[in-house]
Design a protein around this ligand. Sequence first.
Ligand SMILES: Nc1ncnc2c1ncn2[C@@H]1O[C@H](COP(=O)(O)OP(=O)(O)OP(=O)(O)O)[C@@H](O)[C@H]1O
Ligand SMILES: Nc1nc2c(ncn2[C@@H]2O[C@H](COP(=O)(O)O)[C@@H](O)[C@H]2O)c(=O)[nH]1
Length: 298
Amino acid sequence: MSPRPAPPEVDRVAAAKAAVAARRARAAVKNSVADRSRTALDVAETGWNDPASAEATLRVTELLTSIPTLGPTRVAKLMDTLAISDRKRVGGLGSRQRVKLREYLVTRAGGEPARLVVLAGPTAVGKGTVSAYIRENYPDVLLSVSATTRSPRPGEVDGVHYYFVSDEEFDRKIAAGELLEWATVHNSYRYGTPRPPIDEALAAGRRVLLEIDLQGARLVRQAMPEAILVFLLPPTWEELVRRLIGRGTEDAAEQSRRLETAKVEMAAQDEFDVKVVNHDVSEAAREVVELMAVPISH
Ligand SMILES: Nc1ncnc2c1ncn2[C@@H]1O[C@H](COP(=O)(O)OP(=O)(O)OP(=O)(O)O)[C@@H](O)[C@H]1O
Ligand SMILES: Nc1nc2c(ncn2[C@@H]2O[C@H](COP(=O)(O)O)[C@@H](O)[C@H]2O)c(=O)[nH]1
């Protein structure tokens, strides 16, 4: 005698149970992908921080295949996307490769990829010029407008280049917690980054660029460790001096004060994630924008 078909409500219960089990199984794999990605990120960062560690000698391909769902074919494709040769070891990666690998692992670990880039560098290296180029040519990138206590230079527009504020207003902003960071730059005026526009832009998934001094970059690193810190370098020291004098916006005393600060700042370049040489404005701008997270297909 053939078995009788199950009544429809029994089918529905069985189907619902199967769906719950499948959902749980998918969640378990997803969690373990996130956990293993977090572990892989910790391993990579140990290797980057300590070149003598065992982690630094691990091949990147081995690191990636430790993540469930990444088989050899997907790893090979990913290495290609990240522009990392398959012989590379964790400790031997270049700074851009590290940024991209970190971005990938952070995303897989369920975290937010870095969409905030901080551009710093010595006076007159061209930070303002490169930032202005990015504002013009990459309109989807939010260029933060700082508050400052210095007066506008000819051609500078309040709300576009800076918010030009009094000392009292700057004090109020600090007290109200409105600044992500602030610093007295070149021992003269105060400059600070308004926080609300940055939080809003990042929450909306936009890419954000801050063009600030070295002290500010250090403070942003503390407040937002996921930010990528870029140090803009002049082709040579002589070219830096030429650009400062050629700009003609400071008198001789201010120029020599700025060059003193510049020497100290140049010595701190290794604190940064990536160095970009400003030979050519459009090329430097492209290099900076390329560091900002764009999703990598998994
Ligand atoms: N790639 C480049 N080649 C030649 N000149 C450049 C280049 N980039 C910038 N400059 C010039 O160098 C001078 C300094 O540039 P800019 O004012 O952008 O520097 P900065 O880093 O913002 O300086 P500061 O920190 O003092 O505000 C300007 O006259 C600018 O036109
Ligand atoms: N820490 C911060 N530094 C800032 C900010 N905005 C600009 N700056 C830096 O100040 C100097 C001088 O700028 P200038 O326009 O007077 O020539 C330059 O190095 C900028 O990068 C800021 O919000 N925070």
